[in-house]
Design a protein around this ligand. Structure first.
Ligand code: FAD
Ligand code: SF4
Ligand code: SF4
Length: 411
């Protein structure tokens, strides 16, 4: 009689998972799915390639159970979990020496070493010169309490979007962050089913030494969600909670998260930042890091920033004050009265030669952040500017990803 089929079942920890969809996007074979409540992995589809491990900001994805294949948890069961089931011993008649598929990753393996399918766009690893990030210092079971030090509206009073600059003070809590990382906010209260609200992610908009240097604080750029993606009226749980906070209020925070969307630290590094709306948050953090330490960065700095018009663009005023020598800014306004519609990809095409040069520079790093819809247009524009410069974008994209030079975060 042959040995029973043993698998390492890949599971997602529902207590840590913040439902950000990153793993579902990263999985090349659609093994991950979700409902309103949980993200889950199909045991019969997952091949253990590990492509989802590095991009997951929380580590919730990195759980494996050695078990009989016939007893693998179906997704219908996983979707009902509030916590992971305990590991169970294999039946006594199963030879303990029977090894599971050696190609499957070990629990806790270093995520940055994993390969991402060539068809996926974001790099699975950080730039080689990035500082080492702290990740998951505070989990859902032990959030840290931060105090609101300031809350300011960034968009014009008559603008259709209400975007806030929120400063959180961490007092004497150890909460080190890097530019490009995000934190999780635990909204107070419970959802319609009486369960605690799940955690929402927000990119950090200030550099590692704080919104105010020397203070243990950080900034967020939060858009009040009042419509869902289909334009129906809603009241977003976390964004409204954050936008309505007053100075002195307390917020429960988890994280920090993110180990790949990090800025390079070496002198020759050039950066191209492409964003829409609150996707500007990590770009502000990186720009401010470079502004405060200009003598350490000799490379180019380009920003492509899309919005409906200047009144809807977070940080428009401060951006206009930056000298071109610090940042080469290209705005793209899609609803500017009297002007033709322009999107970030149009601005990228217009600056084609410089864009192609930076993409082809081994020290060039690209960051794309904003609404999901922007990614395809930007990558298509890269293809066009590369073709114009005699470069093969597909090959360049593969190289950039492998070198940790192409980073995409859309939500
Ligand atoms: C890595 C990462 C970084 C993020 N950084 C930021 C950031 O810097 N600033 C920021 O404001 N947000 C950011 N987000 C989005 C944020 O986590 C929340 O999803 C967003 O604030 C909505 O949460 P909510 O609780 O207000 O809405 P929910 O109560 O979760 O949703 C209410 C309804 O609105 C829809 N909806 C959710 N988000 C949006 C949206 N952005 N636009 C339109 N409809 C929406 C939902 O589908 C739902 O139907 C980030 C997300 C990720 C994954
Ligand atoms: S390990 Fe690979 S196949 Fe399995 S869920 Fe992650 S990305 Fe998909
Ligand atoms: S936190 Fe990790 S496991 Fe949960 S949805 Fe995001 S990437 Fe997937």
């Amino acid at each position: 009689m042959g040995a029973p089929d043993i698998i390492k079942q890949h599971l997602i920890d529902p207590e840590i998972c913040i439902r950000c969809n990153t793993c579902e996007d990263a999985c090349p074979i659609d093994a991950i799915t979700h409902d309103e409540r949980n993200y889950v992995v199909r045991a019969d589809v997952c091949n253990g390639c590990g492509a989802c491990l590095g991009p997951c900001p929380t580590g919730a994805i990195d759980n494996w159970r050695t078990m009989l294949k016939s007893e693998a948890y179906p997704i219908e069961t996983q979707l009902l979990w509030d916590e992971l089931p305990a590991s169970l011993p294999l039946p006594a008649d199963v030879e303990t020496g029977t090894a599971p598929d050696a190609s499957l990753p070990e629990t806790g393996q270093e995520p940055q070493t994993q390969q991402v399918e060539a068809s996926r766009h974001t790099s699975p690893k950080a730039p080689w010169s990035a500082a080492h990030p702290y990740v998951n210092l505070h989990g859902v079971r032990a959030p840290v309490t931060a105090t609101v030090a300031g809350n300011y509206r960034l968009t014009a009073e008559d603008a259709s979007s209400d975007v806030h600059h929120l400063v959180l003070d961490f007092g004497q809590h150890f909460f080190p962050v890097l530019e490009g990382q995000a934190i999780g906010i635990v909204p107070p209260g419970t959802d319609a089913a009486g369960k605690p609200h799940y955690i929402r992610m927000y990119s950090i908009a200030s550099p590692r030494d704080g919104e105010r240097p020397g203070y243990n604080n950080l900034a967020l750029t939060v858009k009040r969600v009042e419509q869902d993606h289909e334009g129906r009226p809603v009241r977003g749980v976390a964004s409204n909670f954050l936008c309505d906070l007053a100075r002195g209020d307390e917020v429960r925070v988890v994280g920090p998260f993110g180990s790949t969307f990090l800025m390079p630290n070496h002198r020759e590094a050039s950066v191209m930042m492409i964003c829409t709306g609150t996707g500007s948050a990590p770009m502000r953090a990186m720009t401010e890091r470079m502004r405060r330490n200009l003598a350490q960065f000799d490379g180019q700095r380009m920003l492509f920033f899309g919005a409906r018009n200047a009144r809807e663009l977070p940080y428009f005023g401060p951006l206009m004050k930056l000298p071109p020598s610090l940042l080469d800014i290209h705005f793209a306004f899609s609803r500017d009265p009297g002007q033709p519609r322009r999107y970030v990809q149009d601005a990228i095409r217009e600056a084609g030669a410089r864009v192609a040069g930076l993409l082809n520079d081994p020290h060039g790093h690209v960051y794309i952040c904003g609404l999901k819809g922007m990614e395809d247009g930007v990558l298509a524009a890269f293809g066009e500017v590369c073709a114009g410069a005699g470069l093969a974008w597909r090959e360049l994209e593969t190289t950039m990803k492998a070198e940790g030079r192409l980073h995409i975060e859309t939500y």
